[in-house]
Design a protein around this ligand. Structure first.
Ligand SMILES: [Zn+2]
Length: 125
C-alpha cells in the first residue's frame, strides 16, 4: 500500500458485527530468563509471565484484522528492587491496545507510524 492509494473497503455495506471478517490470530512471545535492569543495568531474573492482546489493522485488501497474543516475561531486580516487563516497543508502546502500525493512509496514521512531529512531516511532503 502506497500513500494515497485508494483501497476499497471490503466491509462496506456490512451492518451486523457478526458479519465482519474474523481477526487472524497470531501468537508472539517475548519470554526471557533475564533482562538488564533499566535502572541499574544488573541482570534481573524472571518472576512471572503475562499476556497482552494487541489489535492490528491487518491486511487492508481483505479487511481481516490481526489479533496478536503476546506472552512476555516480568522481571525483578534483586539489587535495586525494580520490577519491569520486557521491552516490547518494537510491537507497541506500553499502554495502547493496538500495534504501532498506521491505522490508515491518512497523515495522522503516517505521523503515528514515524513518530515525527507534525512540522517535520510537513517538510517531507
Ligand atoms: Zn536494578
Amino acid at each position: 500500500m502506497t500513500p494515497g492509494e485508494y483501497i476499497p473497503d471490503p466491509t462496506e455495506g456490512i451492518t451486523r458485527i457478526e458479519d465482519l471478517p474474523k481477526p487472524h490470530i497470531q501468537q508472539r512471545t517475548r519470554n526471557f530468563r533475564s533482562r538488564p535492569c533499566p535502572r541499574c543495568g544488573i541482570s534481573a531474573g524472571r518472576y512471572a509471565l503475562d499476556t497482552r492482546t494487541l489489535h492490528d489493522l491487518g491486511n487492508t485488501h481483505t479487511g481481516r484484522p490481526i489479533d496478536l497474543f503476546v506472552t512476555f516475561s516480568r522481571h525483578r531486580c534483586t539489587y535495586c528492587g525494580r520490577c519491569f516487563a520486557v521491552d516490547m516497543t518494537e510491537l507497541a508502546l506500553p499502554k495502547p491496545l493496538h500495534t504501532s502500525r498506521p491505522k490508515s493512509g491518512c497523515s495522522l496514521g503516517v505521523r503515528r507510524w514515524t513518530r515525527l512531529p507534525k512540522c517535520q512531516l510537513a517538510l517531507m511532503a
